[in-house]
Design a binder for this molecule. Structure first.
Ligand code: COA
Ligand code: AMP
Length: 638
């Protein structure tokens, strides 16, 4: 007998038009669609062609009209600033519509870009919704990126207005944002017309007359602006993510398909009802923050949580438990690294015993591979199902999950369970043939991708095609390797490109190499991701110096570490680098990063047949030992 998951999965692939047409009933449309799916520009598919709608209306106004005005829309809790605030749907509507009015007064109209560089305060969500209300396209840049990364995004998105705050707060450190924003605008060829700054008392920003506007004053002085009707296929946002080079990829999401998919996931995957509290402990700067702090919970009429703090240290490893108990959180979604951090501080979960966590039904984990230890620790202490699910910035929502609202499968630690309805997940080998169950290959998704997945890359259709559709015609390439077992469970093993995952944050080692290579003393370099008990992976650099460099190795290392922090930002967590005489390469000159990574992580490796000089691997091993890696190899006599 088929269960509801099986039924939904099969229908979604056999008849996506019927499946998503049905799911679309959950959304308010100003005008219905002419066609659910337009495949005339495959592999670029479009959903709900001809329909008109507004995302902000569906996320905010609709709930006020339906009588949810007094319900909490956003719970803001900031242990780092000692602030708590509940914003009802009515208040949210007022603030969003006034900010939209202010933005309209600055000339923002449909299709214009609005960039946000914001800490985790409710104004970040308000800013996104205000842009959506006007049919403008928002692009949020994570606060941990440095000014030059911000400048790259300003240049590419060419925003008319930038929304920011005077500072962010990281643990006990106040980080002034405005000087970084000013520096980024100086570096950027594109200049926004205005910046709107939310002043926080922890560090009040200096404002430039005529250019910088005060958020609170602008909002207070503006009339509420109505929702602007847009096409379902118009872009809602651009979210930049790491590609294999220093130039980030601007993932474009549409309005209609995005709403349909996200609203559907709230019940099908997360089993959340309108009115319940759903907490995604991430950051609005990441896709998880876009989908599950801002849009999905609000589209569903649930209550979302904006938490400005860490899992540990703000003030202790009981921070998450306090939040769950205080706000009666039904589902928590975070990255495994957060639980590793909590487990490290409070291995016996003593702090957890002090709180009433009876509201919590499920813990969802994503962003990186969930290690079985973390899953077991979390499920035995929380006594709720711990659901790993796998997704990417590009996909916007989970490709594989245990769909709690459809059918709960037994958890197999290490697997995000089964492909979610909509995702025709397959595993292909190098000759594009399907792999047997259990055999590792490329994880690919048969086209069309479901609604809510990327539409294209901003200003870069060809790059989108080359990155995702060209290698496996008819499929989307996830760039993750993995397998599907005999029970249909998916396993995600590793990226097939040079993306690494640090504390659930996606980073490009290629981008870090570009920074190292720009140092005047560096002749050649490589960056690899090495295993880390807390953050999953950490970047580790190797540099070969130019002939005649007289500086000490320590000095060069200090400088390149600082350079990555300045150019990419603290989020890169690039702290370890070593100087080597040569890098191991194939005879055709390709650096053997994979082999270096295996040595660093004490894994077995096969000597690459095409290696130019095997002796270099011994040099690499020695150098890795000097920075605390590859030690177990020698002990094991490998
Ligand atoms: N603005 C400015 N700086 C930021 C920042 C922000 N929004 N976010 C992180 N940083 C800084 C950190 O302060 C740190 O700086 P440091 O090198 O001076 O100490 C650096 O970037 C690295 O940050 P991170 O890798 O997050 O390490 P951390 O030690 O601050 O915290 C965890 C580690 C595990 C507690 C934290 O990463 C976490 O809670 N992760 C789970 C949730 C999550 O974010 N998931 C994302 C996808 S779901
Ligand atoms: P991002 O685009 O930042 O969400 O990062 C996406 C990448 O993170 C994926 O391609 C995977 O490599 C990794 N990832 C995300 N979730 C999981 C998961 N549940 N299991 C394994 N890897 C994951």
């Amino acid at each position: 007998m088929t269960n509801p998951y099986q039924q939904a999965f099969e229908t979604s692939l056999k008849d996506p038009v019927a499946f998503w047409g049905e799911a679309a009933q959950g959304i308010h449309w100003d005008k219905p669609w002419d066609k659910v799916l337009d495949d005339t520009h495959a592999p670029f598919y479009r959903w709900f062609v001809g329909a008109e709608t507004n995302t902000c209306y569906n996320a905010v106004d609709r709930h006020v009209a339906d009588g949810r005005g007094d319900q909490a829309a956003i719970i803001y809790d900031s242990p780092v600033s000692g602030t708590k605030r509940i914003i009802t749907y009515t208040e949210l509507q007022d603030q969003v519509s006034r900010l939209a009015g202010g933005l309209a007064g600055l000339g923002v109209t449909k299709g214009d870009r609005v960039l946000l560089y914001m800490p985790m305060i409710p104004e970040a969500v308000i800013g996104m919704l205000a842009a959506a209300r006007l049919g403008a396209i928002h692009t949020v840049v994570f606060g941990g990126f440095a000014p030059s990364e911000l400048a790259t995004r300003i240049n590419d998105a060419a925003p008319k207005v930038i929304l920011s705050a005077s500072c962010g707060i990281e643990g006990s450190r106040v980080l002034p944002y405005k000087p970084m924003l000013d520096q980024a605008i100086d570096l950027s060829a594109h200049k926004p017309g205005h910046t709107v700054i939310y002043q926080r008392p922890q560090a009040v920003a200096d404002m430039k007359a005529g250019v910088d506007l005060d958020w609170t004053e602008l909002t207070a002085a503006s009339e509420p602006h109505a929702c602007v009707t847009v096409k379902a296929t118009d872009p809602l946002y651009i979210l930049y993510t790491s590609g294999t080079t220093g130039q980030p990829k601007g993932v474009v999401r549409d309005n209609g398909g995005h709403m349909v998919a996200l609203k559907w996931t709230m019940s099908a995957i997360y089993d959340i009802k309108p009115g319940e509290v759903f907490w995604a402990a991430s950051d609005v700067g990441w896709v998880v923050g876009h989908s599950y702090i801002c849009y999905a919970p609000l589209l569903h009429g649930a209550t979302t949580v904006v938490y400005e703090g860490k899992p540990v240290g703000t003030p202790d490893a009981g921070a998450f438990w306090r939040m769950i108990a205080e706000y009666k959180v039904s589902a928590l979604f975070t990255a495994p690294t957060a639980f590793r951090a909590i487990k490290r501080e409070d291995p016996d979960a003593k702090l957890l015993q002090q709180y009433d966590l009876s509201s919590l039904r499920t813990l969802f984990l994503a962003g990186e591979r969930s290690d079985p230890d973390t899953i077991n620790w979390a499920s035995s202490n929380l006594k709720v199902p711990v659901i790993d699910h796998w997704w990417q910035t590009e996909t916007g929502w989970a490709i594989a999950a245990n769909c709690m609202g459809l059918h709960q499968f037994p958890v197999k630690p290490g697997s995000p369970t089964k492909p979610v309805p909509g995702w025709g997940l397959e595993v292909l080998d190098e000759s594009h043939q399907p792999c047997e169950p259990g055999k590792v290959g490329s994880l690919v998704v048969r086209l069309p991708l479901p609604p809510g997945a990327l539409v294209t890359l901003w200003n870069a259709d060809q790059r989108c095609h080359d990155s995702y559709y060209s290698e496996f015609p008819g499929y989307y390439k996830t760039a993750d390797a993995g397998y599907i077992d005999e029970d249909g469970y998916a396993y995600v093993m590793a990226r097939t490109d040079d993306i690494i995952n640090v504390a659930g944050h996606r980073l490009s080692t290629g981008a870090m190499e570009e920074v190292l290579a720009s140092h005047p003393d560096v002749a050649e370099c490589a960056v690899i991701g090495v295993a880390d008990q807390l953050k999953g992976q950490l970047p580790l650099g190797f540099v070969c110096l130019k002939a005649g460099v007289s500086k000490s190795h320590e000095q060069v290392i200090k400088e390149v570490v600082q350079l990555v922090r300045e150019r990419i930002g603290p989020v890169a967590a690039f702290k370890t680098c070593t100087v080597v005489a040569r890098l191991p390469k194939t005879r055709s000159g390709k650096i053997l990063r994979g082999t270096m990574q295996k040595i660093a992580d004490n894994q077995d490796f096969k000597m690459p047949a095409t290696i130019d000089d095997p002796a270099i691997l011994d040099e690499i091993e020695e150098s890795l030992e000097s920075v605390g890696y590859a030690k177990a190899r020698k002990e094991a006599g490998q």
